[in-house]
Design a protein around this ligand. Structure first.
Ligand code: FAD
Length: 377
């Protein structure tokens, strides 16, 4: 693509920040439009698998996330009642060499602060909520809720599960509530007293599961996320307050090691979980989607953010490689759709690292910065 093309990225989430950083490095003129007034340190952690950390390395962000997050020594799966370990992987120099990057856990706010360092200073327009898109033969006119209108040659919809850009391509359709909610809490590790916990453990129940992990290398901040069934969600709010008592009640039959952790949790919140049915149409004309805007998935493989970041790397390579947006988008879709489809399927099964036979190499060793592009036929 002509490097003078005006590229508008809608949404400064994980995917939007990644694609913008790579496109800027390739010499494109990119602006990001974000509805929020600023970034804030919202209460949640995130796991970044090696397929992601090696991509962020190319944006010069890897060392920052290693310094602010934690490289866990291991990931452990345990059964809810007996506490039996059903899967364990050690993370060390050998695993980093095998996968090409470290496995990390980090506070989402800290991750975002680092991602901001991967893009050109001043390239985000905050307080810009996209409300309309109008496509003509040679450009797209974007209208924001603050009244501003902007023309772009390419629009990248990185605006998450309730994407306005997606609406333009595929029509308005609310995401699907999956019948589960996530209870989340962050608390200082000091609240555990003398009780030592491993760096990252997932407890597997019959119809629910829960993870507990450190988010900092000092091991002073713990994140807990428990997923439980819930028949309906009738609120507009993205989250509601919950309580330690409710969290403990939901996992009351679980192993005492877990309950000891939950007793330390305060400020618990509850979040509905949504996804969408698989859809393989990610672009049209001058508009393309990435991340949750086109393939929001259940969080059971801890991979939705990873897919948004990989999308960003591949899409930027395709735009740099081809002269026409249509060719670039076809190549992007052809390269991404099967891998994302596999991750969506595994996320629905909730089978990732549940048992000793999980094959993880295909996922962790993938490198979106050098993986072959699938050329459009
Ligand atoms: C409970 C839970 C746990 C998870 N854990 C993990 C994990 O451990 N690892 C992992 O990889 N993934 C995880 N995920 C998935 C991950 O959070 C998402 O897949 C990821 O955030 C998607 O990134 P994105 O950039 O596509 O969208 P988002 O991160 O949602 O970013 C979208 C951005 O667009 C902005 N925006 C929205 N609408 C507009 C508009 N109209 N105009 C302008 N801006 C707009 C938003 O404000 C936001 O900044 C989890 C998800 C959940 C629900």
């Amino acid at each position: 693509m002509d490097r003078s093309a005006r590229i508008a990225v809608i949404g400064a989430g994980l995917g939007g920040m990644t694609v913008a950083g790579f496109l800027q490095r390739a010499g494109f003129d990119v602006r990001i439009y974000e509805q929020a007034p600023a970034f804030s340190r919202i209460g949640a952690g995130i796991i970044l698998s090696p397929n992601v950390t090696k991509v962020l390395r190319r944006l010069d962000v890897e060392q920052g996330i290693i310094d602010t997050g934690i490289k866990p020594r291991s990931y452990i799966s345990r059964t809810w009642d007996t506490g039996e370990i059903i899967y364990k992987i050690e993370f060390d120099a050998a695993s980093e060499a095998r996968f090409g990057g470290p496995y990390l856990s980090i506070h989402r706010g800290d991750l975002h602060a680092q991602l901001e360092r991967g893009i050109a200073a001043g390239s985000i327009d905050f307080n810009h909520r996209l409300v309309a898109t109008e496509e003509t033969l040679d450009r797209i006119r974007l209208t924001f809720d603050n009244g501003r209108k902007v023309d772009a040659d390419i629009v990248i919809g990185a605006d998450g599960i309730n994407s306005k850009v997606r609406e333009h391509l595929l029509g308005a359709e609310p995401p699907r509530f999956i019948g589960s909610v996530a209870q989340r809490a962050i608390f200082p590790a000091a609240a555990l007293g003398e009780f030592n916990i491993p760096d990252c453990t997932k407890w597997w129940g019959r119809d629910r599961h829960i993870l507990a992990y450190f988010m900092t290398s000092k091991r002073d901040e713990v994140y807990v996320i428990g997923v439980v069934p819930c028949s309906s969600w009738d609120h507009d709010a993205p989250l509601l307050p919950s309580s330690r008592a409710e969290l403990i009640e939901n996992f009351a039959s679980f192993h005492p090691d877990l309950l000891r952790v939950l007793e330390a949790a305060n400020e618990v919140t509850v979040w509905p979980i949504f996804d969408r049915e698989r859809n393989d149409r990610w672009s049209e004309g001058r508009i393309v989607l990435l991340g949750d805007a086109c393939h929001p998935m259940r969080p059971y493989m801890a991979a939705g953010g990873a897919m948004a970041i990989e999308d960003g790397a591949i899409l930027s390579r395709c735009l740099a490689e081809f002269d026409e947006p249509a060719q670039a988008f076809r190549c992007y879709e052809a390269t991404r759709v099967d891998r994302v489809g596999d991750v969506q399927r595994i996320s629905i099964e909730n089978s990732w690292m549940r048992g000793p036979c999980t094959d993880i190499d295909w996922f962790y060793r993938y490198d979106a910065c050098v993986a072959p592009l699938t050329l459009p036929t």
